[in-house]
Write a new protein. Structure first.
Length: 148
């Protein structure tokens, strides 16, 4: 049975840089944005706040939606799931102690491994990301100026 998989992601932009998440899941190294799957019974902003808390231990203020994939995309992990990805501007609420690395995949190669790093928006490329919707977002960001 085919299903929709609704994903919510946060664009934390600071000093002309975008925070990305390097992860190892399902035996794959991937670079994406912090966020994940919406659960039944929660709205997109609520789900995104939960995802940031789970992944980064941070309380985030969720702003406007800035991008939703305008094309059909099957899940990379389940060919019965059609993906809808929503990207919101986010900002940390209060101080944070998130460890941000300079190196890509700065963690032992183990399931659920994760590290965070900044990418300069002026250098952002679709090649920085693993999945098709994130790659499309990178192309979109190169043509559209977002508030820093």
């Amino acid at each position: 049975m085919r299903k929709f998989n609704v994903r919510v992601y946060g664009l934390w932009i600071e000093q002309g840089r975008l925070l990305v998440s390097d992860e190892y899941r399902f035996g794959i190294f991937m670079t994406k944005l912090p966020g994940g799957g919406l659960e039944f019974g929660e709205g997109p902003a609520e789900g995104l706040k939960r995802e940031w808390m789970e992944e980064a231990g941070m309380d985030m203020t969720v702003g406007n939606v800035v991008y939703v994939n305008p094309f059909h995309q099957l899940s990379a992990f389940n060919d019965q799931h059609d993906m809808v990805s929503m990207y919101f501007l986010v900002k940390p609420r209060g101080d944070h102690s998130l460890k941000i690395s300079e190196a890509k995949f700065d963690f032992p190669p183990q399931e659920e491994g994760q590290s965070f790093r900044w990418i300069n928006l002026s250098e952002l490329s679709e090649d920085d990301f693993t999945f098709p919707i994130d790659k499309a977002l990178a192309r979109w960001l190169s043509k559209n100026k977002l508030p820093a």
